[in-house]
Design a binder for this molecule. Structure first.
Ligand code: SF4
Length: 291
C-alpha cells in the first residue's frame, strides 16, 4: 500500500519540537514498526492571512511511504495518533491525514491543497473533502484546525509541484562549488534547473550555499538556480523565491471563476490569479475573495 501521511499544527510559538521533527519521527515509526519503505519529509506553505491562526509559517509537513499490503491500518493509525498526542505542544491544534493512493480521489485532494494556498478554508470543508476523497482525517487536540493543513498537504504532495524538502541533502558539503553531476548523485537531489525550467548540463558548476533549499517540482527533488556570477558559476535561487514557486504555479493556473480585472490593475493578459478581479495581493501571496 502506498500511503501519504501529513500532519499540521502540532507545535506552538514556544515549543521545542516543530511539526517537521514530529513528521520525521512518524516516518521512522512506520519504517521500524510497520516495515515501511519511506521517502522524505516535505514542507508545504499555505496562505498567510489574519483569519488563519498559525505558529510561524502556516505550513504542513508529511511524507510518502509504502507499507506491506497486510499492514494492520487501525494499529498504524492508533500509533501515529498516540505519538502526535505525546509529542505535540499542549496548546496546539493537531491534525493528521492518512491517504491510501489506490483508494483516494486524487483530483479532489489536489484541488483542496491548491485552495489552501489562495483561500481561507474551514475545518468543515476539510472533513467534507476527506470523506468524499476516501482518506482518513482526524484531530488530536485543541481546536483540531490542523486537519485543514494535514489534508491540504496530502493533496499538494501528491500533485508533486509544491513544497520544499525538510532540512538539507545529507553528506554534501555546503558553502562550496559542486558540479551538477555531483549534486544529482545525492539521493535527495534529482535535478538542477534554471528558473526557466531548463535542466543544467552535468558539468555546469553550482555554488551550494548553507542550507540550500530543495523544491518538489514535477515530482522531482529540484535545486533551482538563478543566474551565473562573473565566473560562470550558478547561484541557488533565494529561499523565499524557490519556496513560492509552487504557489506561483497555482496562481498562474487561474480557475473557472477567473474574471478579468480592470485593465489598469492587470499585470498581463493571461487568465491567472494575478489578473483576476477577485484576487487581493498579500505580502506572501494572493488571497482569492471569490467564495
Ligand atoms: S483569484 Fe480569480 S483566478 Fe484566482 S482562484 Fe480566485 S477566482 Fe480563480
Amino acid at each position: 500500500m502506498e500511503l501519504i501521511i501529513f500532519i499540521d499544527d502540532t507545535d506552538s510559538a514556544t515549543s521545542e519540537k516543530g511539526t517537521g521533527a514530529i513528521a520525521e519521527e512518524l516516518m521512522e515509526l512506520v519504517k521500524v514498526k510497520y516495515f515501511a519503505e519511506t521517502t522524505y519529509v516535505t514542507r508545504h506553505q499555505f496562505l498567510i492571512h489574519p483569519d488563519i491562526p498559525y505558529t510561524s509559517h502556516n505550513s504542513s509537513m508529511g511524507f510518502e511511504c509504502t507499507v506491506p499490503d497486510d499492514t494492520d491500518m487501525e494499529s498504524l493509525k492508533a500509533d501515529l495518533i498516540a505519538h502526535i498526542k505525546s509529542e505535540s505542544a499542549p496548546e496546539s491544534d493537531p491534525g493528521l491525514c492518512i491517504a491510501d493512493k489506490a483508494e483516494m480521489d486524487a483530483d479532489l485532494l489536489v484541488s483542496f491543497g491548491k485552495e489552501c494556498k489562495r483561500r481561507v478554508m474551514t475545518k468543515a470543508q476539510a472533513y467534507e473533502t476527506a470523506e468524499a476523497a476516501h482518506v482518513f482525517l482526524t484531530e488530536t487536540g485543541g481546536t483540531g484546525d490542523g486537519v485543514i493543513g494535514a489534508l491540504g498537504g496530502v493533496g499538494l504532495r501528491y500533485w508533486g509541484n509544491d513544497g520544499t524538502l525538510k532540512g538539507k541533502p545529507k553528506h554534501l558539503d555546503d558553502e562550496c562549488v559542486h558540479k551538477v553531476e555531483e549534486l544529482t548523485k545525492n539521493p535527495l537531489i534529482d535535478v538542477v534547473l534554471d528558473k526557466e525550467g531548463n535542466i543544467l548540463n552535468p558539468d555546469e558548476q553550482v555554488y551550494l550555499e548553507k542550507k540550500p533549499k530543495v523544491s518538489l517540482i514535477n515530482h522531482k527533488l529540484t535545486i533551482i538556480v538563478d543566474k551565473k556570477d562573473d565566473n560562470g558559476i550558478w547561484q541557488i535561487m533565494e529561499k523565499n523565491k524557490a519556496r513560492w514557486l509552487g504557489g506561483d504555479l497555482i496562481f498562474k493556473e487561474g480557475c473557472p471563476d477567473f474574471t478579468p480585472d480592470v485593465e489598469e490593475e492587470r499585470i498581463s493578459e493571461d487568465r491567472s490569479c494575478y489578473n483576476c478581479l477577485y484576487r487581493r495581493w498579500l505580502e506572501n501571496g494572493i488571497l482569492c475573495q471569490k467564495q
